[in-house]
Design a protein around this ligand. Structure first.
Ligand SMILES: Nc1ncnc2c1ncn2[C@@H]1O[C@H](COP(=O)(O)OP(=O)(O)OP(=O)(O)O)[C@@H](O)[C@H]1O
Ligand SMILES: [Mg+2]
Length: 374
């Protein structure tokens, strides 16, 4: 459906999208997820034709569309402020796209009725945008966006203006609508939960780059970098050195103690980042073979469905444990040995390794000489 090939975009000296490539399949729901300013909107605007790439190609159904003006690209964009016409009622707002295409009166009547039924707004035809709630307005915008059945719909944070409860409901509605109509969605958000719940694939972006792309569960359970593991969900991250490798089991040594993890393509002596989710950490009164991490419970935090426990390790670092509220948790002030199923720890290569390897190739004597003479 959509192919982005080595897209580059500059605003002045600011390289906001960097050699970005991505394929989106027909009927797929793909989310672009990343922190504020990482280039999500810019990327979407380039696909829509409101902004032009400085390098690379955009292909829609195999056709290069770089030079095609926005209104002739066969797609629709839904922005955060959903821009309804305030002087038109719901019927006319939704019918707008069809009227632009000179559809017959009967077609318009049927299609609008169908679109409004889809977003559960039958009976609201004569209301004006100012007479509706944010969520209802959002649904009108959605009906308007899908009435022409564009093969591709671009959505830029369309739910941010809604309160949390409505947002959660709209997530399911949007997903349902997308599945029913078979429209390809490219959806921009900085809300990780939203991206995980709705998408077939999630693209994690960082400073104009594609950091990782995968299914929600791949992104959650197999983050490829420290950035992704921190950005997606809550986790405990620490640095460690691989002490020993036996088959796929890694003996790790960190400032706070010893632990086990599973991983391939790691070697003894390597520095790594380790991520372990709060719900995967277990505790015991006595040490568990392979682990030597001892900590004292600092606090218990009730967060509704889950309760969290903060455990301080000897180096001052805190580990978070979480369990469904109501299940037993270690009380504040007590001391425990922490461990986990080695399969639950995600081990990632550390950039520090690359730096160290580079440093090993540097002739330090010569480097010092150069610095002195400079
Ligand atoms: N028209 C513009 N002129 C100059 N710089 C711009 C322009 N539009 C965006 N930028 C810059 O480009 C970068 C990416 O912006 P963009 O709007 O794509 O981010 P985003 O990922 O959508 O962020 P957010 O989550 O806050 O919406 C930012 O550094 C932003 O300041
Ligand atoms: Mg944006």
């Amino acid at each position: 459906m959509l192919e982005l090939k080595n897209i580059d975009k500059y605003f002045g000296d600011n390289h906001v999208v960097q050699n970005f490539s991505l394929n989106v399949e027909s009927g797929e729901f793909v989310s672009l997820l990343g922190p504020s300013g990482c280039g999500k909107t810019t990327l979407l605007r380039m696909v829509a034709g409101f902004e032009h790439p400085d390098g690379g190609d955009i292909l829609l159904l195999g056709k290069r569309i770089n030079q095609i003006p926005s209104h002739r690209r066969n797609l629709h964009t839904l922005f955060q402020n959903y821009a309804l016409f305030p002087h038109m009622n719901v019927f006319d707002n939704v019918a707008y796209g069809l009227r632009m295409h000179f559809a017959s009166k009967a077609t318009i009547r049927n299609s609008v009725a169908e679109a409004l039924e889809m977003v559960r707004l039958t009976g609201f035809e004569n209301r004006f945008p100012a007479q509706m709630s944010g969520g209802q307005r959002q649904r009108v915008a959605l009906a308007r966006a899908v009435i022409n059945r564009p093969p591709l719909l671009l959505l830029d944070e369309p739910l941010t203006a809604l309160d949390q409860k409505l947002r959660a409901e709209m997530r399911f509605e949007l997903r349902h609508l997308q599945q029913t109509l078979g429209i390809t969605f490219v959806y921009v958000t900085h809300d990780q939960e939203e991206a995980l719940v709705m998408s077939d694939r999630v693209v994690v972006m960082r400073a104009g780059n594609l950091e990782q792309v995968g299914t929600p569960s791949e992104i959650y359970f197999q983050p490829k970098s420290k950035f992704v593991s921190e950005f997606i969900g809550e986790t405990n991250l620490f640095e460690a050195m691989v002490k020993e490798v036996s088959e796929t089991t890694l003996n790790l040594s960190s400032e706070s103690g010893e632990s086990l993890a599973k991983g391939i393509s790691f070697s003894a002596g390597e520095l790594v980042h380790v991520s372990i989710r709060p719900d995967k950490i277990r505790w015991s009164e006595t040490p568990v073979p392979g682990f030597m991490l001892c900590g004292i419970v600092q606090d218990q935090l009730f967060c509704g469905p889950v309760t969290k426990v903060l455990i301080e390790l000897p180096n001052g670092e805190n580990f978070k444990i979480s369990r469904l509220s109501g299940t037993p948790l270690p009380p504040t002030g007590t001391q425990w040995y922490l461990y986990w199923n080695p399969e639950d720890a995600v081990v990632m290569h550390s950039v520090a390794n690359k730096v160290r390897n580079t440093m090993e190739n540097v002739d330090l004597g010569k480097w010092v000489e150069n610095v002195k003479s400079a």
